[in-house]
Design a protein around this ligand. Structure first.
Ligand code: MV4
Length: 448
């Protein structure tokens, strides 16, 4: 096992990794920017190192500064958390060449799955369901129009190097497709240095369902069931739950086994999330993409399976075999997570940095808080506005929903505006109660 790891991240996920490592007897080195100086969670690490000024480009995205800190602190491994450098294959490669273990997949598996076209081709080979569309990268307009006429409009143009909704264009006819193709290619070239795109059938009313998987360095891959992340706004998830409330056990097994097959075929080690869209009309699944990192919403999976995902990531990275087999993973009850953001939903979700004078989180049976915030904490303006994740677990979805409402009603935060009130409203909405939602629900409710 590692003696010491560096955490190349900040906030609640840095704290979550510190907690996992501490319970394993692994020492931690936290890094921080000048904007995070004085944050209380840093004191839970064994050592802390300043890596630069507030702007992320000069600190949490600064590979040279992070590697220098890792060398000085003499760590065995780096945990990248989520965001920042977590899916940066170049950073992964730099770690490898410095003989520092990257807690995540190999460079090759990260590159393979990060290339959406290559990932989709592997999926087809492994009989993982994908949207009908182009077989590979599209370079000619005529070819795109030909395929679109074959599969039928609407179609969506996506950047092969994209993800998370960047560089996408929806087209309802060939004129829109031709212009969408050109702008998507230009945008992808500028954003990713790779202008290649692909097209597929566009699904209008979909739910977002994703499978948590984890692999080791001995060829084992296990799924930890699925999460439903349909409740989102502008590609930012608001509420996640597990399991997905609209599929039965047979569909669940199909979906989760397909996801595990895909990452096993990629020789993947570490935690990954295989994203799908679900067509609730036909109960069909289609692969979207694979995220090669731990995700924000991992706690709902931990609550329904009892697996410590962060601990397991560290174990498999150190070369240990997965401590469980697929048959050991049991799904128990229902979990819901609300992302508490310091944003004002009444002012178009404007971020609200500043002093948290009041921060009094809920507790009690079945309630988990993952947060680095506290009364007296000053939210820096430089980063993501998520200040806490409130997670509940109960026997079934309705009991979890009631528990979440109860917990949200206890939560006191001020004077900073947050998304707590919005969560209470969403969880009371009849469409949410009845699972009659899709990925556009929040935008329809609040106005896009
Ligand atoms: C789609 C789609 C409909 N049809 N692909 C957006 C993020 C990226 N991961 C893929 N995305 C989508 N791909 C087809 N063929 C709709 C979306 C999409 C979406 C997906 C998941 C969660 C939120 C979304 C919001 C808008 C569009």
């Amino acid at each position: 096992m590692f003696s010491r790891i560096l955490i190349a991240n900040r906030g609640e996920i840095a704290l979550r990794i510190i907690r996992a490592a501490k319970e394993m007897g692994v020492e931690t080195v936290a890094v921080y920017s000048e904007a995070d100086k004085g944050a209380a969670y840093l004191d839970f690490a064994d050592e802390k190192v300043c890596i630069g000024p507030g702007p992320a480009a000069q600190s949490y995205l600064n590979i040279a500064a992070i590697i220098a800190a890792a060398e000085v602190a003499n760590v065995d491994a780096i945990h990248p958390g989520y965001g920042f450098l977590a899916e940066n294959a170049h950073f992964n490669e730099v770690c490898r060449s410095c003989k520092i273990e990257f807690i995540g997949p190999s460079v090759e598996a990260m590159q393979l799955l990060g290339d959406k076209v290559a990932c989709k081709q592997l999926a087809i080979k492994m009989k993982v369901p994908v949207f009908p569309g182009s077989k590979g990268k599209i370079t000619k307009e005529e070819k795109a129009v030909e395929i679109a006429e074959e599969i039928g409009y609407p179609v969506i143009v996506k950047a092969s190097a994209g993800g998370g909704g960047r560089g996408m264009r929806v087209a309802h006819n060939d004129i829109a497709l031709r212009s969408g193709l050109r702008s998507a290619m230009t945008e992808a070239e500028a954003a990713f240095g790779d202008g290649s795109v692909y097209i597929e059938k566009f699904l209008e009313h979909a739910r977002h369902v994703e499978v948590q998987v984890i692999g080791d360095k001995h060829g084992n891959a296990v799924h930890l069931y699925e999460r439903d992340c349909t409740m989102q706004r502008r590609h930012q998830k608001l509420i996640e739950e597990a399991p997905c409330p609209v599929i039965d056990q047979e569909e669940r097994d199909q979906l989760c086994e397909a996801a595990a097959r895909l990452i096993q075929a990629a020789k993947y080690h570490g935690a990954a999330t295989v994203e799908f869209l679900l067509d609730p009309q036909t109960d069909s699944f289609y692969l979207l993409e694979v995220n090669t990192r731990v995700q924000v919403e991992h706690p709902v999976t931990e609550m329904i399976t009892g697996v410590d995902i962060l601990k397991t990531m560290i174990e498999v990275s150190a070369g240990e075999p997965l401590p469980f087999a697929q048959d050991d993973i049991e799904l128990t009850g229902h979990a819901i997570e609300c992302r508490i953001n310091a944003e004002d939903p009444d002012r178009n979700f404007t971020p609200q940095p500043g002093l948290l004078e009041v921060f009094s989180p809920p507790g009690g049976l079945g309630v988990r808080m993952d947060t680095h915030a506290y009364a007296g904490y000053r939210i820096p303006p430089n980063y993501d506005s998520m200040i806490a994740k409130l997670i509940v677990h109960a026997e079934d979805r309705e009991k979890a929903r009631w528990r979440m409402q109860r917990a949200l009603s206890e939560f006191r935060v001020g004077p900073i505006a947050t998304t707590i009130g919005l969560h209470r409203r969403l969880l009371n909405h009849s469409a949410v109660v009845n699972n009659d939602t899709d990925i556009h629900f929040v935008e329809r409710l609040l106005g896009g």
